[in-house]
Design a protein around this ligand. Structure first.
Ligand SMILES: Cc1ncc(C[n+]2csc(CCOP(=O)(O)OP(=O)(O)O)c2C)c(N)n1
Ligand SMILES: CC(=O)[C@@H](O)[C@H](O)COP(=O)(O)O
Ligand SMILES: [Mg+2]
Length: 635
């Protein structure tokens, strides 16, 4: 890669500065911006390939549109690094995704250029429509709103709900479909096939050249584009009707496909589209990872940088562990499900567009006919799983905890109500770290435990996790949820023979006499550490790993209340309504007396940081638990 030049980039604090550049300077600016992102991410890893793929689009959008008055909505927002750097955040960019730094995603509170906060996919069209219609109602008729959505995000049902509504709302919304034929893993499904076909079929190529002939004429007359469009409307319509198109059928005007890496062409196209009324969709073809060869060649690996890396070679700098380290929970999940599926042919696995993230790619290789990547479609994933279970299969539906929020009604209506044996595996539960508030999986215990028929479990380590997975696939277990965190477990030897865990039974971790600590899930390890620390001070802690939030081990709770009047609960979920609340409800309802303190996520959104920083901030790391025990012991 050439030595980093930043002469043009340094002139730009805000898009108004960008608009002072000549069109001729834009390709160089794109090179500078791309190299800047590569350098920054190489030392401060974060999302990567998607931002590199939309450099030209980003520059062209801010060049043509009068941002922040005109509003851009980036779907998911993992591709918005260029946008951030051009909108007042270049000097803070080294703090990206760090505690106290800027967020990795657009965020209203961070900048007036971030018109809408994002993180979860497929929201951009709905949000853009809302922004657009609000502008209309307020009399800001000249305000323009653009949604930029990837081909992966377009597979989410919500994107279609937005298109459906926008098409008839007489709004001026522009949807830019950024098609790079990738989600995190390769894009899947009928829509993907359709988009590929649009790029390759002769009919669509004819359509493209016809439309661009017309747009070429529009271009020559600049601001009078609207009148020219009217003159050409008939021709345009007949061209489009001749070549039936999904988006046209929805009521959008479809333009494209166009090369999203030609910044000067993008400027011309956007300038034209800016003056065309009504809902429009521009189909842009880009390359994920553009300009960084390793990321172009392996877009999945470089969706987010896998660590700090050498910008010349792409070599990732791995800190060699001084001693062998435990496996990631996701890998334990991925290996265990294959092991289970080998013995139980009823087992199937479902992922909504996260085969690599959930390590279901191993199951996909071994049992392709029993493993389903359904696209970014969490609601569908759960109901699809329910369908499989209704015909007596045992689906393991693996969805990141925060994305599972999308499937709440499906869990209740399609799974729990029908007592179907669906195993919901909530990966990335708890505080995920650098992705921040949009991605922390902290609500699941609270939102699952109030659903009838559900078993709600969380393993304290990877051996427990394997046994819970084994237990969940046994006959007649009904709806069964298992949540586990991002990151590593604690054991080097974890591939032990599988055994059943009695549902609703806790296990004792430490025997003590002064105070009881009840934990759920991985934070039990923090409680274990605290127990050991406190014993050095002469404080004796009784510690239970409760394993299940539902059914609660009330027998253990009864016994705890016979011996202790001080109780601390520990969880990495919201304390309001979560595990601690479940314990508290039981104790109060049964007339027990004593003091109880719930440690977990307080009633506010937690921003980004390393997991350790965030555990500390929330006060349930081992120091926090020790602190609370000492406080209680003082009375
Ligand atoms: C509701 C939801 N499910 C899953 C994800 C995880 N996710 C983030 S980006 C992404 C792929 C997006 O693909 P696309 O929209 O095509 O963008 P690209 O990365 O290709 O630019 C996925 C699955 C998410 N952010 N939100
Ligand atoms: C933007 C997004 O939603 C994903 O890229 C997410 O950041 C992946 O998280 P993991 O790194 O935990 O797989
Ligand atoms: Mg894509």
């Amino acid at each position: 890669m050439a030595e980093a030049q930043t002469q043009l980039l340094e002139k730009i604090e805000y898009p108004a500065d960008l608009r002072k550049l000549s069109e001729k300077e834009l390709p160089d600016l794109c090179t500078e911006l791309r190299n800047y992102i590569i350098r920054e991410v190489s030392s401060n890893p974060g999302h990567f390939g998607a931002s590199l793929g939309v450099i030209e689009l980003t520059v062209a959008l801010h060049y043509v549109y009068q941002t922040p008055y005109d509003q851009l909505v980036w779907d998911v927002g993992h591709q918005a690094y260029g946008h951030k750097i051009l909108t007042g955040r270049r000097k803070k960019f080294h703090t990206n995704r760090r505690m106290g730094g800027i967020s990795g995603f657009p965020k209203i509170a961070e900048s007036e250029f971030d018109s809408f906060g994002v993180g979860h996919s497929s929201t951009s069209i709905s949000a853009a429509l809302g922004l657009m219609l609000a502008a209309k109602i307020k009399g800001e008729a000249d305000r323009k709103v653009v949604a930029v959505i990837g081909d992966g995000a377009m597979t989410g049902g919500m994107a279609f709900e937005g298109l459906n509504n926008a098409a008839t709302s007489n709004s001026d919304i522009l949807v830019i479909l950024n098609d790079n034929n990738m989600a995190i893993d390769p894009a899947v499904g009928g829509l993907n096939n359709y988009l590929v076909q649009m790029q390759t079929s002769p009919a669509y190529n004819r359509l493209k050249s016809d439309v661009w002939k017309i747009l070429g004429k529009l271009n020559k007359v600049g601001p009078k584009a609207r009148q020219v469009l009217q003159q050409h409307q008939h021709a345009l319509k007949s061209v489009l009707l001749r070549n039936s198109n999904l988006f046209e059928s929805f009521g959008f005007r479809y333009f494209g496909p166009v090369d999203g890496h030609d910044v000067n062409a993008m400027v011309k196209i956007l300038a034209d589209l800016r003056n065309i009324e009504g809902p429009k969709l521009l189909h842009v073809i880009t390359k994920k990872g553009k300009g960084f060869a390793p990321a172009e060649q392996n877009a999945t690996k470089w969706h987010a940088a896998p660590g700090k890396f050498d910008i010349r070679t792409g070599e990732v700098f791995v800190d060699l562990p001084l001693k062998p380290s435990p496996p990631k929970y996701q890998d334990v999940f991925g290996k265990t499900i294959v092991e289970l599926a080998e013995k139980n042919e009823k087992i199937t696995a479902i992922t909504p567009a996260m085969p690599t993230g959930s390590s279901l790619n191993w199951m996909m290789e071994k049992f392709p006919e029993r493993t389903f990547d359904v696209g970014i479609a969490e609601q569908h994933a759960v109901t699809f799983a329910a369908g499989l279970a209704a015909n007596n299969l045992v689906p393991f539906c693996n969805i990141y905890s925060s994305f599972m929020q999308r499937s709440y009604d499906q869990i209740i209506h399609d799974v729990a109500l029908q007592k179907l044996n669906v195993v919901l595996c909530l990966d990335r539960a708890g505080l995920v770290g650098a992705d921040g508030a949009t991605h922390h999986g902290v609500f699941d215990l609270a939102y699952l435990r109030n659903i009838p028929n559900m078993t709600v479990s969380a393993p304290m380590d990877e051996i427990e996790m394997r046994n819970l997975m084994y237990t969940a696939q046994l006959p007649d277990k009904g709806p069964f949820s298992i949540r586990f965190p991002r990151g590593k477990g604690i054991h080097l030897e974890w591939e032990l023979p599988l055994s059943e865990i009695p549902v609703g039974k806790s296990r004792e971790i430490a025997n003590g006499k002064d105070i009881a600590v009840l934990s759920i899930g991985h934070p039990g390890n923090f409680a274990k550490e605290a127990t050991e620390e406190l014993s050095k001070e002469g404080v004796s802690v009784q510690h239970y790993d409760m394993r299940f939030v539902k059914p609660l081990d009330t027998e253990t709770l009864d016994s705890v209340m016979k011996h202790f009047d001080k109780i601390i609960t520990v969880e990495d979920g919201v304390i309001n309504g979560g595990f601690g609340s479940a314990v508290m409800e039981y104790l109060f309802e049964n007339g027990y007396q004593g003091r109880i303190k719930r440690l977990g996520i307080p009633d506010r959104f937690i921003d980004q940081g390393s997991p350790e920083e965030l555990y500390r901030e929330c006060g349930f790391d081992s120091d926090g638990i020790c602190r609370e025990v000492r406080k209680m012991m003082k009375g």
